[in-house]
Design a protein around this ligand. Structure first.
Ligand SMILES: *Cc1c(COP(=O)(O)O)cnc(C)c1O
Length: 381
């Protein structure tokens, strides 16, 4: 019997975790670039920190335990992990993606991926028929975010797995929005999971990190070789900070989710709020699929207000909630996707997705929920 996920956030698999010197309960920060060899052709297990480092290794093993992965590499940012993911493909490969992916992913696919000879199609992956229609002879992978950012569309991962198997594709999932505490795509058949560790995993809006986890040994070997070659690695100190954040992942996410549920219900009845996009609301079109494939709805929600003036007023008047990019941390943050995360997206596509001047995205933190409601109440005016 393995440990429960709350325990694994703190202890990993334990049997794999090394005993620390002097009985230290938390792992030391091995702030060293290189490791001396005990003899000719011998190694302590670590040679050079770009390749591996004990602090980072403990973090990688903990994430592998949480995601049920064969192997995980810890990268300097989420984007570094996503860029490593592109390296798995040869020129000419075509990838079908969720249409409202994280803006940075769209940028890296367009700017770097396409120059490397990769091709991308963007479709509404919450509709499996559209995904199948987009698959071509040279399609090599499906790249999914569920729930999506910022319109919270839910994609059925089992249906994606079936399509991937039928057409011989890799299934890649960006699991940042729910975190491994709520959703484990590898266990549902995905081949690769990527994370922005900057968000829920670190959880304190203070450290950048990224992860690429895989269930497959062949992909793990390829990724490890690329990782040490290109140098995408997370520093020992930042590895320590993410490990420290992870210890409270379970309690943070529970509290954030409970706050988000209450805020979603409160927003729904506010006269200036026209629509609330939260996967935990039973009327959300993805509610049932999300229940089937995850353990919760998380703490990301978006809402549409009655006028641009109201939306701008909220951003200017919030006091407790910060008007800032990023998500998943203990502090609640609100963003204006039209200008920020989706600022680079062409107007027609943005409007089609519903990312307009009245649309706001909220990442709910762990504050007292009544204080958050009071802040939004005064900000909505
Ligand atoms: C933030 C984010 C990323 C990028 O991660 P960084 O750590 O900022 O590089 C990728 N995907 C999603 C869904 C994100 O929210």
């Amino acid at each position: 019997m393995g440990y429960g996920i709350e325990t694994r956030c703190i202890h990993g698999e334990k049997n794999e975790v090394m005993e620390h010197s002097y009985g230290a309960v938390s792992i030391p920060i091995y702030q060293t670039a290189t490791f001396a060899h005990p003899g000719i052709g011998e190694t302590t297990g670590h040679n050079y920190t770009r390749e591996s480092n004990p602090t980072r290794e403990e973090l990688e093993k903990t994430i592998s335990s949480l995601e049920g992965a064969f192997d995980t590499v810890a990268c300097s940012t989420g984007m570094a992990a996503i860029s490593l993911c592109l390296e798995v493909f040869d020129s000419g490969a075509h990838i079908v993606c969720t249409d409202d992916l994280y803006g940075g992913s769209v940028r890296i696919f367009g700017v770097i991926g396409e120059r490397r000879g990769l091709q991308f199609s963007y479709v509404d992956t919450s509709d499996a028929a559209q995904v199948e229609e987009a698959i071509k002879e040279n399609t090599k992978a499906l790249y999914i975010e569920t729930p999506s950012n910022p319109t919270m569309k839910v994609t059925d991962l089992s249906a994606m797995k079936e399509l991937a198997q039928k057409h011989g594709l890799l299934l890649i999932v960006d699991n940042t929005f729910l975190s491994p505490y709520l959703q484990n795509p590898l266990e549902l058949g995905a081949d690769i999971v990527v994370h922005s560790g900057t968000k829920f995993l670190g959880g304190h809006n203070d450290t950048l990190a990224g992860f690429l986890s895989t269930s497959r040994q062949d992909i793990a070997e390829r990724v490890r070789a690329l990782y040490k070659t290109v140098g995408s690695c997370l520093s020992p100190f930042d590895s320590f900070l993410i490990l420290r954040g992870l210890k409270t992942l379970a309690v943070r996410v529970e509290r954030q989710q409970s706050n988000a549920g209450k805020l979603a219900s409160w927003l729904k009845q506010h006269p200036k709020v026209k629509q609330v996009y939260y996967v935990g609301l039973p009327e959300h079109p993805g509610f049932e699929v999300n229940c089937k494939q995850s353990r919760g709805a998380g703490s990301m929600l978006s809402f549409r207000v009655d006028a641009e003036e109201t939306a701008r007023g909220v951003l200017e008047r919030v006091k407790l909630i910060s008007y800032a990019e990023s998500l998943g941390g203990v502090e609640s943050l609100i963003t204006y996707p039209m200008l920020q995360t989706h600022g680079d997206v062409p107007v027609e596509i943005r409007e089609k997705l519903g990312i307009t001047e009245t649309f706001l995205r909220l990442s709910v933190g762990i504050e007292n929920v009544e204080d958050l409601i009071a802040d939004l109440e005064q900000a909505l005016g």
